[in-house]
Design a protein around this ligand. Structure first.
Ligand code: KG4
Ligand code: ZN
Length: 360
């Protein structure tokens, strides 16, 4: 990749409206700008992402984010070599908003259009931020996703397993809600857990008794609800200490499940020399430390991109788009928005819908 390529990336598949400019020069990618407009406050009164509100907010914010990304990068549309946009999977109204915006810019400025899989964006991030070479094992762990992927190339992914129900971030958020803590729940539960005893309340370790890398987190939420009700019935309310203990027990169970399944995924991938994590839950220090330990035991490098690149952003979409473009991929004005788009077409598809849209 010796040519210089500058791409605009657009992301709107969930509750973050994002635009970014990434330049590939001398074989090295550089993020010239990355703008993210979150929607947490808009969805807060409803306790979860409302797809129609998300789509409308994306439509309102996309052009503003694009203008800001171009200005911060110090480039005009004329300096671009293409436009990359998340074309799925995700909440369909939001994905459509982004795809329509990207089509308008591409058609108006006469630029090539490249549709990108959102999960490929996450999966290729460790390359963008850490310069990680192929192949590597990736654990994508966020509010909407949870899966192990062997990343062999920009378009070559093998899914080793993933959640069969909730994503861990979703479970953290529900835990916070059940304990009266504000959203997003992950950081709140982590802070409480640091003050609690992880052994005070027993939590199950779902699916550890079964072989393979699939995971389940919805049972932890039920276990938490029962344990909370038992404490309230016994003591007439939830004390600070009891809440911290519940958070610590829940987090310890998530840690154990992710660590053991990561160990198995690494054992099943002798060809990889690195283990990378991405997604909002990778911000959790207890989880990160356990995964780092698993990587060290397996004798592979551990790579965790900075948080702003772990969570949803458009720099990862621009980077995935550049790689698709280099591979010769172009999309036309018939590019469709897709609610589902599995990265590994050979893997069995996941059924159902998560809080943040259809499961990939
Ligand atoms: O990747 P992300 O920004 O959005 C998607 O889900 O795509 O991840 C957000 C999720 C939320 O569920 C949030 O509660 C969780 O990541 N999260 C955490 C922590 N920080 C964010 N979960 C556990 N511990 C944290 N420190
Ligand atoms: Zn995401």
């Amino acid at each position: 990749m010796s040519q210089s390529l500058t791409f605009l990336g657009i992301e709107s598949s969930c509750d973050d409206t994002a635009a970014a400019v990434v330049r590939l020069e001398g074989g090295t990618p550089r993020i010239l700008s990355s703008v993210v407009a979150g929607q947490v406050a808009l969805h807060a009164p409803y306790g979860g992402v409302v797809p129609e509100i998300a789509a409308r907010a994306h439509a309102e914010k996309l052009d503003i984010c694009v203008e800001q990304a171009l200005a911060e990068a110090g480039v005009t549309l004329r300096a671009l070599d293409g436009v990359a946009v998340t074309a799925g999977p995700g909440l369909i109204g939001g994905v459509m908003s982004g795809v329509m915006c990207a089509k308008g810019i591409a058609a108006g400025a006469g630029l090539p259009l490249v549709g990108v899989n959102h999960l490929a964006g996450h999966a290729l991030t460790p390359q963008l931020s850490e310069g990680l070479g192929f192949p590597y094992l990736l654990l994508l762990v966020s509010g909407g996703h949870c899966q192990f992927l062997t990343v062999r190339g920009p378009e070559e992914f093998t899914r080793l397993g993933g959640t069969i129900d909730d994503a861990p971030g979703e479970a953290f958020d529900k835990t916070a809600k059940l304990l009266g803590l504000p959203q997003p729940g992950g950081p709140m539960v982590e802070a409480e857990a640091a003050m609690g005893d992880p052994k005070a309340v027993p939590f199950p370790r779902p699916l550890l008794d079964r072989p393979g890398c699939d995971m389940s987190f919805s049972g932890l939420k039920t276990a938490l609800l029962r344990a909370r009700d038992a404490v309230v019935a016994e003591r007439g309310g939830l004390t600070r200490k009891a809440r911290a203990d519940l958070c610590a027990g829940f987090q310890a169970a998530v840690c154990d499940v992710l660590a053991e399944k990561s160990r198995r995924a690494l054992a099943a991938s002798p060809e990889v020399t690195a283990f990378a994590v991405a997604g909002g839950v990778a911000a959790n220090r207890a989880i990160r430390a356990r995964l780092e330990e698993v990587a060290a035991r397996a004798g592979v490098r551990f790579a965790a991109p900075p948080l702003r690149l772990c969570t949803d952003n458009a720099a990862m979409i621009a980077w995935a788009g550049i790689q698709r473009f280099v591979a010769g991929h172009r999309d036309g004005m018939d590019l469709a928005a897709r609610p589902r788009w599995p990265l590994d077409r050979a893997a069995p598809s996941m059924l159902g819908s998560g809080k943040k849209g259809a499961k990939a």
